[in-house]
Design a protein around this ligand. Structure first.
Ligand code: UDX
Length: 429
């Protein structure tokens, strides 16, 4: 099918590329001229495993094109996906101005029936506004359908999540766009759920909030485990084997971050409030998440006492593994708190260092994770990168003035660390 995607951020770029991979003809539109040029030349503005190869493959095959012109995208496609940012505002609500702008641009360019699909994460009832806007700003007064098709990809696993989705949600206001939407998604072999538009929009916020709730739940359990002398990983395994609960997203740590969970929680609480429901449960999820970082910082200061003039090695800057994304990263938050208390930092992240430099200028960036401990008073693990498990512990121990490790992601085994002579503090164990 002929598709266009407006916005080449995480969601837009990966979606467009995966659509090309299953044989659709895709035009990706972005108003950032430098980005479009880079993509046309086969370059990639983000780190995402497997993405670069696919972009190159389909730029070469002709299935994937990039342009600055929304009008070109609209004119040459039957279905237009909106995948622009929906950033948070200071009061927690969502800034929908990019969505509104794009809806107007699409409307202005439409000269025949089009399906306009919202893929950006938006509060419930946005589809109604997009429909009104297109109607108002379309001089040709052609017919169209607005569809809500939320995206559930995780950064770091985006290509895999898109190629093998757990489900595809299609929210429609009439039956007319259903066949085309099913045709787009049939090659992905996933269950397709057709709902009304409001329900589809709600599914996205409800799913992300539930996952965040699951993490805060296990973090709260971790705190009880610490007080009771139990092990949160054993508890997670014990409850996670119950299929109704499931083991995934039950990893205790220093809390969740990234550009989705914190923003989506605030947005969901806000929209619920606007339509008359006080979502206290989700406010508590936020509270536990903030508290988790406080507790971890306290663990560090309880052990090191004064942080002024202490040198601390930090492993991890990205908000999770397999990404270079440092937006709303708990690891960055932790670094900033340690710096504020007067510590100096030596930091390493396998992919996130370049992007971290802009927000964390006054630290020493170390290329090799095994050099981070050199001359430090303690080492901290802040991101769950698998490769940190391969840290040369003997070398790190030699490099440190004292063998102290604060593991904010529970990557090492407490009994083994103790046997190796470490003062080892993790979360909930
Ligand atoms: C999330 C959703 O998973 C995805 O479906 C949605 O489309 C976008 O938001 P993402 O933000 O990429 O994806 O990251 P995710 O893998 O969900 O992790 C979010 C945060 O939770 C990270 O900071 C991670 O470290 C933390 N986390 C995750 C935990 O602390 N414990 C866990 O068990 C899982």
């Amino acid at each position: 099918m002929k598709l266009s995607i407006i916005g080449t951020g995480y969601v837009g770029l990966v979606t467009g590329t995966c659509f090309a991979e299953v044989g659709h003809h895709v035009i990706c539109v972005d108003n950032d001229a430098a980005k479009v040029k880079m993509l046309q030349a086969g370059g990639i503005p983000i780190y995402e495993p497997g993405l670069e190869e696919l972009v190159k493959k389909h730029v070469a095959s002709g299935h994937l094109k990039f342009t600055n012109s929304t009008a070109e995208g609209v004119e040459k496609s039957d279905v237009i996906f909106i995948a622009v940012p929906t950033p948070p505002q200071p009061d927690g609500s969502v800034d929908l101005s990019y969505i509104e702008r794009v809806a107007r641009d699409i409307a202005a360019a439409m000269t025949s029936y089009k399906i306009v699909v919202d893929k950006s994460t938006v509060p419930v009832k946005t589809g109604e506004k997009v429909t009104e806007t297109i109607k108002r700003y379309c001089p040709a007064k052609v017919e169209f359908d607005v569809v809500s098709n939320p995206e559930f990809l995780r950064e770091g696993f985006a290509v895999g999540d898109l190629m093998k989705p757990d489900r595809v949600v299609i929210g429609v206001g009439s039956q007319r766009p259903v066949a085309a939407m099913k045709e787009i998604y049939t090659p992905f072999n996933a269950p397709i759920i057709v709902t009304d538009i409001n329900s589809a929009e709600l599914i996205k916020h409800a799913a992300n909030s539930f996952l965040a709730l699951k993490i805060s739940y296990i973090n709260a359990i971790a705190n009880v485990c610490e007080a009771a002398g139990a092990n949160v990983q054993e508890v997670a395994q014990g409850i996670g084997l119950d299929e109704r609960i499931g083991r995934r997203f039950l990893n205790a740590g220093i809390g969740f971050g990234g550009s989705c969970f914190p923003k989506d929680l605030s947005a969901f609480i806000k929209i619920a409030e606007q339509i008359g429901y006080d979502f206290k449960l989700l406010k508590e999820v936020q509270h536990i998440n903030a508290d988790q970082m406080d507790r971890f910082v306290k663990k560090i200061t309880d052990t090191l006492w004064v942080l002024r003039d202490k040198k601390i090695g930090v492993l991890g800057l990205a908000f999770k593994q397999n990404t270079d994304d440092v937006r709303s990263s708990p690891a960055i938050d932790l670094c900033q708190r340690l710096l504020k208390d007067g510590a100096t930092l030596r930091v390493h992240d396998p992919k996130g260092m370049e992007k971290a430099k802009a927000i964390l200028p006054n630290v020493t960036y170390v290329e090799d994770m095994n050099d981070v401990a050199e001359g430090c008073d303690a080492l901290v693990v802040a991101t769950e990168w698998d490769e940190f498990k391969q840290l040369d512990l003997a070398r790190a121990k030699k490099g440190l003035t004292h063998p102290i490790l604060f593991d904010g992601r529970n990557l090492f085994n407490p009994a083994e660390m103790e046997k190796l002579g470490w003062i080892y503090k993790s979360v909930g164990r």
